[in-house]
Each structure stands twice: as C-alpha cells, then as structure tokens.
Design a protein around this ligand. Structure first.
Ligand code: ZN
Ligand code: ZN
Length: 412
C-alpha cells in the first residue's frame, strides 16, 4: 500500500461576493473531488495551529511531520536546498538578490532590472571570492531564476543571529549587518557578510556581462544583497523517520528545497510554471508514473496555481483553476488502486486577503478501507461535518502511515 499527500497550494478561501458569497472551491464544479469526499473521510486542518498564518514553507515542514518552530530558522536554507545546493547542518544560508548600486554605493535597483540573462558567469566569479581573515570559511554562491541567487557560508563558529542587509527600498546603501545577540559568532558572521557584500561589488562591477548591460542602458547586476538568513538545522531524513521511500513532485524551488532537505527524491514536471497556466496533463502523468512505475511508496505533491490567484485577488481564475485540477488530475487520482490519498491545502489564500490566512483548510482521505462519513462535497464548509474533525498538519504523516499499515503499536 502506498500513500500520497496532495497539496493544492492556497486552496482555502472565504466567501467571495462575486461568487455569490461562496468560496472559489464551493462554487467550483468538482465532481471528482466530491466523489472522493463522498467515498472517503473528511475534516478541516490547521497546518501549524489554529490562528497561526502559515507560510508555504512552514506549512509543508509541519505536514511532513517536523516541528517548524525548530526546523525553520529562516528562508535561506530552503532556498539554497531548492536550487540544488547540498547544504549541511551548521551551514548559514541566505537568499540573495543581484541588485544595482551606483558609484556612491546607493541601491538604484533592487532586482538589477529583473535581469533575464543567465547569471552563472557572475556566480562563477563570485565563487572565487576569498575574504582576508576568513580563509577557513567556505563561501558558496549559486544562481536561481532571474535576479535571484543563494549564498551558503560553511565553517566553524558561524551564526544566524545577524540582521538583514537588504534596505528593501532604493535610494539607500545596503544595510550594515550587525549581530542581534552579543555572541562572538554573530559578530564574526556579520563582519564576514559585510565584507562579502563589498567584495561582490568589486568583483561584479567590471564583469563583461555587466559592461554589456551598461552599454545597453540596462542596470548592471553589480552587487549581491543577502537576506532571509537561516542556520541549517540537524534533521532526521523523512525516509528514516517513517521507514518509507519518498518522493516529491512540486513546482516551486521552495517546496522542492524542503523536500530535498528532508532527503526526499525530487521529480520534476515538464512544463510546470507554478502558475494557473501550468501543464496539468504532465502533472498527472508524472504522478501516475511515479505511483505505478517506481518503488516510491510515499509521494508529496504540490500544485501551486490556486495560491497565486489568491495573492492576485482573482476569484474567478482561482475557481476555474480548481475546476481544471479536478478535471485533469483528480479524475485519474480517484481511480488509483492500492494507495491512500490525502487531499488538502497548506493554508488558505483568501481573495479578500490577497495573502495567506489562518483559516483552516479542508482535508479528505480517500482509499480502500478508509472509513466513510456523510460528507458529499469537498470544500471549506461541508468538510467540517466530516469524521476527521479538526486536525493539525503534524498529524498527517502519522495518520497516513497508520492507514498504509506502516506503523508500530505504541504499547502492548
Ligand atoms: Zn502555500
Ligand atoms: Zn502564497
């Protein structure tokens, strides 16, 4: 028996006026999800706890059975893991922007004109950087998409108890980083980071790619500005923790980063965009192929588009995307054999809020021998009457492992 958690990112919502005071999921025609609800057990879930507004990252950490309050030290480690860097416990990681500063070191564009060129040649030069007095610290950069990059510092005596360098607005210089506690490690890491930022400007300002950009009247990517610091924590691999062989199918680097961090295999979907125009046909083909033709027995899936519609405040778009997922993905997921499937969301992204909210999300469990309750429709309101009542994200793995008979008795 296999298990799958399928997360529809940002699915939950609140009543929307233009949808006759229903949520996008309530209003959407979802015959396949409803069939799964009718033949499964339903409830609602707080991915972290009631009243806590989750990020996608912290929600997924909780859903995978980890404590986000100890595992999540900042976004940097998961971004770094998401671009494929093999991070280690004790590393200090940042997400970075390539930005533009003028000759007075004032930021004139935080995203370097949303640079489209491949920045790997810039990264190559940055990775040759050494800082006087810190020869024992490895400085590792890696490019991400567009103006984004990551930075990992590896060595003894590093700390994530430091402030942010990003001034967040143009017209100011990068902020001087300082330790947020009185530790020697914080002081050392802050000093090193300040030097790395200055050195990045020295290295990048004369780089041929930037000289070309200046010639073309485009802002040069002439400085690296790190933010989102986090200390890479020690974490037990998901496979060991649950005795499984796990894989993740996701669209965004952030979710892939969490999965890679947990030691899961990453399976990419061709044509996935992380948006409502993503290739759902390829998505379901990848899911079916992984379930039917690989020896992975646990699968985490994240489909992103509904969250984006929520952030943009596009009610109809969110509803239509939900209908499309139901038609393309759940028409087939509902027919899978020898698998227990959990369908839920990582958080709500209400149209009215245009951001994540703490509203609990609907959850259903579907599969052979799963108890069946009276709920007939999958949405925020009907699910409340189901047999699962109100769960926390951290309950999911335990429940799923029990249903696929992959747990041991606690006691005699
Ligand atoms: Zn999310
Ligand atoms: Zn979001």
């Amino acid at each position: 028996m296999k298990g799958m958690i399928l997360v529809i990112d940002g699915l939950g919502d609140r009543p929307v006026k233009e949808l006759s005071n229903q949520t996008p999921l309530q209003k959407a025609k979802t015959p396949n999800l409803d069939k799964m609800a009718e033949n499964g057990i339903n409830g609602i879930m707080d991915s972290i706890a009631p009243g806590i507004r989750p990020g996608s990252d912290t929600a997924h950490i909780a859903i995978l059975g980890y404590d986000p309050y100890t595992v999540y030290t900042g976004r940097g480690p998961f971004e770094a893991s998401g671009v494929g860097l093999d991070i280690k416990a004790g590393d200090v990681a940042f997400r970075c922007n390539f930005s533009t500063v003028n000759d007075d070191f004032i930021v004139t564009d935080r995203r370097a004109g949303r640079i489209k060129e491949d920045t790997s040649s810039l990264i190559e030069k940055l990775n040759k950087m050494t800082i006087e007095g810190y020869k024992d610290i490895e400085i590792i950069f890696k490019e991400s998409t567009g103006h984004r990059a990551v930075l990992v510092l590896r060595g003894d005596g590093l700390s994530d108890e430091i402030s942010d360098a990003d001034p967040k607005i143009v017209g100011k210089p990068p902020k001087t980083v300082y330790p947020t506690n009185n530790s020697h490690d914080g002081e050392k890491t802050a000093d090193l980071l300040n030097k790395i930022i200055k050195e990045s400007y020295k290295i990048l300002k004369t780089h041929p790619l930037n000289l070309d950009r200046i010639k073309n009247n485009e802002p040069p990517a002439n400085i690296i500005i790190p933010r989102g610091v986090g200390l890479v924590p020690e974490v037990e691999e998901l496979n060991k923790k649950y005795g499984i062989n796990s894989a993740c199918i996701a669209e965004t680097g952030l979710i892939m980063g969490i999965a890679r961090f947990a030691g899961m295999d990453i399976i990419e979907v061709e044509g996935s965009t992380g948006s409502v125009d993503t290739n759902l046909d390829n998505f379901i083909d990848t899911i079916l192929n992984t379930v039917n033709n690989t020896n992975h027995d646990f699968l985490l899936v994240n489909i992103k588009g509904a969250d984006e519609s929520g952030h943009d405040g596009h009610a109809k778009e969110k509803m239509e995307f939900i209908e499309k997922i139901d038609d393309v993905v759940f028409s087939k997921v509902s027919q899978l054999q020898d698998i227990v499937t959990i369908v839920t969301a990582d958080h709500s992204t209400p149209i009215a809020v245009k951001d994540h909210s703490a509203d609990p999300v609907p959850i259903l469990i579907y599969g052979e021998s799963v108890r069946v309750d009276d709920v007939k429709r999958f949405n925020e309101i009907d699910s409340v009457k189901g047999g699962l009542l109100r769960l926390k994200g951290s309950d999911l793995m335990n429940i799923l492992m029990d249903l696929i008979d992959n747990t041991h008795k606690f006691g005699a």
